[in-house]
Write a new protein. Structure first.
Length: 164
């Protein structure tokens, strides 16, 4: 949200957190279809109102990664949609800041594994990404610089930037 505010643009929030909060059980494999549909619908609704840039807290690539992380597989339709909906740039946040648990986030002891899964999925999907590391202030500066550079080199029509 801080990046969207900085650039004066809309941000697509993470759908899965709201979805998980409606359940009276842990997420399981059957939830990934509704999560993908909900995330896509949220993206489409905000994309229709977006200007030259769209910031996304997350997108279907995260659904793919976490589906593989927790269940060792992901439905093909989610992977296909994630590839088709790739943004112009992903900001891959490094794991060099302290991990903070919350109601959805778990497995802090497996950060390296998840980070590797994100990076390998980005490569497998042919996605453009920039690694962002450092303390929170440095991350913000590096993220804004990466987006500024993207805006200088890309045609802004339909441009969106996904973050994770």
């Amino acid at each position: 949200m801080q990046l969207a505010s900085h650039f004066g643009v809309l941000c697509v929030p993470e759908f899965v957190r709201e979805y998980a909060a409606t359940l009276d059980r842990p997420l399981d494999f059957r939830d990934h279809g509704p999560i993908a549909v909900g995330q896509t619908a949220r993206e489409d609704e905000i994309i229709a109102r977006a200007s030259r840039l769209l910031i996304q807290d997350t997108d279907l690539l995260s659904t793919v990664v976490y589906c593989h992380h927790y269940f060792g597989r992901c439905p093909a339709f989610i992977e296909e949609a994630a590839i088709l909906r790739r943004p112009a740039l992903y900001l891959l946040l490094d794991i060099d800041v302290p991990w903070v648990a919350d109601d959805v986030r778990d497995r802090g002891d497996r950060r390296e594994e998840v980070q590797q899964l994100f990076e390998s999925t980005l490569h497998r999907f042919g996605a453009t990404f920039t690694r962002i590391h450092g303390d929170w202030s440095t991350r913000f500066t590096r993220a804004t610089e990466a987006i500024d550079q993207l805006l200088l080199t890309r045609v802004p029509d339909g441009l969106k930037t996904g973050t994770e």
